[in-house]
Design a protein around this ligand. Structure first.
Ligand SMILES: *[C@@H]1O[C@H](CO)[C@@H](O)[C@H](O)[C@H]1NC(C)=O
Ligand SMILES: *[C@@H]1O[C@H](CO)[C@@H](O)[C@H](O)[C@H]1NC(C)=O
Ligand SMILES: *[C@@H]1O[C@H](CO)[C@@H](O)[C@H](O)[C@H]1NC(C)=O
Ligand SMILES: *[C@@H]1O[C@H](CO)[C@@H](O)[C@H](O)[C@H]1NC(C)=O
Ligand SMILES: *[C@@H]1O[C@H](CO)[C@@H](O)[C@H](O)[C@H]1NC(C)=O
Length: 452
């Protein structure tokens, strides 16, 4: 009577072991683009399939990965869009020609201000790992707009300076509307391919902003002084303006209004145009920020041991927007601006050089942090030099991001997650750092003592 039950029980354990311990498969979106023969259009945002296999010796290797446009666990009749047969490497990736485009954001997150559901939500595409026609594991391209508050039981006690926080570099430098050949050839201008609202909905929580102030826009001040002032501020890539600052401000404010437990860090890091020797530009910008964000702004707080307030502290305060300000004098004048944030920027032209710099910085040998600000950011981008831009040696920012995004996923997952606070990347859908950050924070919450 007893024996069969034990047998069934063991059998169930083996099934679980098989499905949970054979590694993982995940989807990313390529930063690269391809021209189409005729016309001005280009193909971009193609899906990439990534795998990292780790099967127990007695199980043997999975044989297939399939890509679907719906959840294969819920629809047994659906046909795969793509089947990959031979997985020669334990870790690898395959760039498909399936275009993701700009998929609608599930769970109500498309409409800014509509009904928005918490939790992770799958977008259209799924990948599943098989052995002998049995699904071992699967995943989807997903958004997780409310990850901080969804995981409040685990993450609440962690100081903000110890969390791993996914961010974007030059967050406001994205293309508005479809990518065209002309835009694609501006190889050194755009660093992102999703707007700030979409970045936040995916799970990004740190935004790196460089602002320009343009006097020449002041041709229409007689009508509405306030409106025309706002319109003079732009988000810049160096000296080129890309997006009106107001667009970014509205996205952040709308997000904080609907995602009521999420904490966002807005880093006004540099002021490349119209600020030099003009303190009035800073005062104008600061007054716009105060007017637009008001009661959402969290005052600077070094917290215990200089690691900043915990998420619980932040939720209790009811204020969830941290504004760091790169101009020291201005930051000193306003008690709600956080001091300039240290960005660990390698100024490296090769992937090897950058990874060496990042390793030294993250593991602690070479870190110089602003002791006044508990937050600091690793900037995980290569830096083109003027000759690169002239002679097209590197192929542009999209190629540069592509050459390292997958390695970043592996390095942060295996080594750097423990000591990392903020990490900012270009074309963030090409790496898996949002997921790695969330998983790392759960691991961090399980470890009592943090030495950072
Ligand atoms: C399963 O997928 C097929 C093919 O895409 C589709 O026609 C069918 O309606 C789906 N069934 C369900 C239950 O979603
Ligand atoms: C995508 O690639 C497959 C084979 O790899 C090919 O059969 C198909 O025509 C391609 N589709 C597009 C839209 O290029
Ligand atoms: C000036 O701004 C007002 C309001 O913003 C607008 O209605 C008007 O058309 C503008 N005039 C010119 C000449 O641009
Ligand atoms: C300034 O004038 C130009 C041309 O009249 C107009 O296109 C532009 O919108 C104006 N700028 C502002 C901020 O009103
Ligand atoms: C990036 O990852 C690939 C695949 O694991 C590896 O072969 C390559 O050496 C890595 N590059 C660097 C610079 O670490």
């Amino acid at each position: 009577m007893f024996k069969p039950i034990v047998f069934l029980f063991l059998h169930a354990i083996c099934d679980i072991a098989l499905t949970t311990q054979c590694g993982k498969v995940w989807l990313t979106v390529s930063s690269l683009w391809r021209p189409i023969a005729a016309g001005n259009k280009v193909v971009d945002a193609e899906l990439e399939v990534n795998w990292d296999l780790d099967c127990p010796p007695n199980v043997g290797y999975p044989d297939t990965i399939k890509v679907f446009t719906a959840d294969p666990a819920h629809n047994k009749t659906i046909k795969p869009q793509l089947t990959l047969f031979i997985l020669e490497q334990i870790r690898g990736y395959y760039r498909t020609n399936i275009t993701v485009g700009r998929p609608s954001l599930s769970g109500g997150w498309d409409a800014t201000g509509g009904a928005t559901l918490p939790g992770p939500h799958c977008l259209k595409h799924y990948a599943a790992l098989y052995k002998d026609n049995v699904i071992l594991t699967s995943s989807c391209l997903q958004i997780w707009p409310t990850w901080m508050y969804d995981l409040r039981r685990q993450l609440g006690r962690l100081p903000i300076g110890t969390l791993m926080i996914p961010g974007t570099h030059n967050s406001g430098c994205y293309q508005h509307g479809d990518l065209t050949r002309r835009h694609a050839f501006e190889r050194y201008l755009l660093t992102q391919d999703r707007d700030v609202w979409t970045q936040l909905v995916h799970g990004i929580r740190y935004l790196d902003i460089r602002v320009g102030y343009y006097y020449s826009m002041a041709n229409n001040t007689t009508f509405d002084e306030e409106v025309s002032q706002v319109n003079r501020f732009w988000v810049n890539h160096d000296v080129i303006r890309v997006t009106p600052l107001m667009t970014i401000i509205k996205d952040v404010r709308n997000f904080l209004d609907v995602a009521r437990g999420e904490v966002v860090i807005l880093d006004f890091h540099r002021f490349p145009v119209g600020f030099e020797g003009r303190p009035s530009s800073h005062r104008r910008l600061v007054s716009i920020l105060h007017r637009e964000f008001g009661g959402l702004i969290l005052k600077p707080d070094k917290g215990v041991e200089g690691l900043g307030p915990t998420l619980n502290d932040i939720w209790n305060s009811g204020r969830r927007l941290i504004i760091c300000y790169g101009d020291k004098h201005t930051a000193n004048e306003y008690d709600w601006l956080w001091p300039p944030m240290t960005q660990a920027w390698g100024n490296q032209q090769t992937v090897e050089g950058l990874f060496k710099y990042m390793d030294e910085t993250i593991t602690g040998h070479k870190r110089s942090r602003n002791s006044q600000n508990p937050l600091w950011a690793v900037m995980a981008e290569l830096t083109p030099v003027p000759l690169d831009m002239l002679f097209e040696w590197t192929g542009g920012l999209r190629q540069m991001a592509d050459s390292m995004n997958r390695n970043l996923t592996a390095l942060f997952q295996d080594e750097w997650w423990k000591q990392t606070n903020i990490v900012a990347t270009d074309f963030f859908l090409g790496n898996n750092l949002i997921d790695i950050s969330i998983q790392s924070n759960i691991k961090k919450s399980n470890i009592a003592q943090w030495r950072l």
